[in-house]
Design a binder for this molecule. Structure first.
Ligand SMILES: *[C@@H]1O[C@H](CO)[C@@H](O)[C@H](O)[C@H]1NC(C)=O
Ligand SMILES: *[C@@H]1O[C@H](CO)[C@@H](O)[C@H](O)[C@H]1NC(C)=O
Ligand SMILES: *[C@@H]1O[C@H](CO)[C@@H](O)[C@H](O)[C@H]1NC(C)=O
Length: 337
């Protein structure tokens, strides 16, 4: 174990050095981070409530930016510049969705999110955008609910999208009544964030539990969106959601540098008919292999009738096995990047 740990430190050291040596951590931030609201007063206010339109990219990103700002003080003890804040994963992933065109209207009935049209618009018909709503609005509102943001829960309201308004929630009290489990799990996470005795792995455990509980709600609700996509993209969406289920018990550390490195393996654009990993010519080897791997995992999962997941979860409960897996993943990231 000591051997693996020291090996991982060397690799991690290289990862951080290659990045911080060459540049500055703010280069890793998601697109339009600078331009997004960074405090409540950057949003409009009406009748004493801040109003957020989560269907506009910078406004949704602003929720993450405030969350990062308000939680930074609890992650200082792990590293400087908020680098070890494990909430980075959410905002970086949303940034990837934006710059790969995944927040755009897949039906093309509107120009929402398309480069030629309202490029900052987030389409309610986008499967990615709908799932991400549950991983932005809920963590944000639960943070307010937990008291971590220093804002009274009745002071904030989100605007509904143009359709399917009943599938979402818009303020602390309505989210608590519509999605009680997800709100509770995020609240638990923030209570542990606030507690000085929580270890880094403890926080990851509560973060992943909250993450998966949001996905459980959202996935069922937006399954019907998959039909809007070309087959390779729809298959990738199914496989990706499953991949996240498998990643969860590994407690992958969703810090700034880790997620940034990991993202280099994700598809850099929407998949179209004819895309077949590992033979997509405008993808890097790493991107082709990740896509192949994620789709393969879906096949294995279906073939074994989900018992592969049970085995995996059991295996990942063994600390040595879990650490070993993370070290191998680290090694792969380093080898490709
Ligand atoms: C990092 O980049 C930002 C934005 O470009 C700049 O404001 C900041 O001064 C830089 N920090 C360092 C330490 O170079
Ligand atoms: C949080 O935001 C405020 C206001 O924009 C800023 O002055 C402060 O430096 C930020 N704190 C951190 C830790 O980023
Ligand atoms: C929260 O939303 C519910 C349902 O939309 C609404 O009835 C309630 O008045 C809202 N509460 C606040 C404080 O805005």
């Amino acid at each position: 174990m000591a051997f693996f740990s020291s090996w991982a430190c060397v690799i991690l050291g290289c990862l951080s050095a290659s990045l911080t040596g060459a540049s500055n951590l703010s280069d890793l931030y998601p697109p339009l981070w600078e331009e997004s609201p960074g405090q409540f007063s950057d949003y409009r206010m009406k009748d004493g409530q801040y109003i957020i339109d989560a269907w506009i990219y910078p406004e949704r990103m602003g929720m993450y930016k405030i969350l990062m700002n308000q939680t930074a003080r609890y992650f200082e003890k792990f590293a400087a510049e908020n680098e070890q804040n494990i909430l980075w994963g959410l905002s970086l992933h949303h940034g990837w969705q934006y710059h790969t065109g995944r927040l755009a209207d897949p039906t093309r009935r509107t120009d929402c999110g398309h480069k030629s049209g309202k490029h900052l618009c987030i389409s309610v018909d986008s499967w990615w955008a709908d799932l991400n709503y549950f991983l932005s609005a809920i963590p944000f509102l639960a943070a307010i609910d937990s008291g971590i943001m220093g804002l009274s829960p009745d002071k904030i309201i989100l605007l509904p999208p143009s359709k399917d308004q009943m599938k979402f929630c818009y303020n602390v009290s309505s989210c608590r009544s519509s999605f009680p489990t997800a709100m509770k799990k995020w609240n638990e996470f923030y209570q542990h964030v606030k507690s000085p005795s929580s270890s880094f792995d403890d926080l990851l455990k509560y973060l992943w539990a909250a993450h998966v509980s949001c996905l459980d709600v959202a996935r069922k609700s937006f399954h019907s969106r998959l039909k809007y996509y070309p087959k390779p993209e729809a298959d990738f969406e199914r496989s990706w959601a499953l991949f996240v289920d498998y990643l969860s018990p590994t407690l992958f550390p969703t810090t700034l540098i880790e997620v940034y490195e990991f993202q280099k393996g994700q598809p850099p654009r929407m998949l179209v008919a004819g895309d077949r990993a590992p033979f997509i010519s405008d993808f890097t080897n790493f991107q082709n292999i990740v896509l192949l791997g994620v789709n393969f995992l879906h096949k294995v999962h279906k073939f074994t009738g989900t018992s592969s997941f049970t085995v995996w979860k059991t295996l990942m409960k063994i600390k040595v096995a879990r650490k070993l897996f993370l070290h191998i993943l680290e090694f792969i990231l380093h080898a490709f990047n």
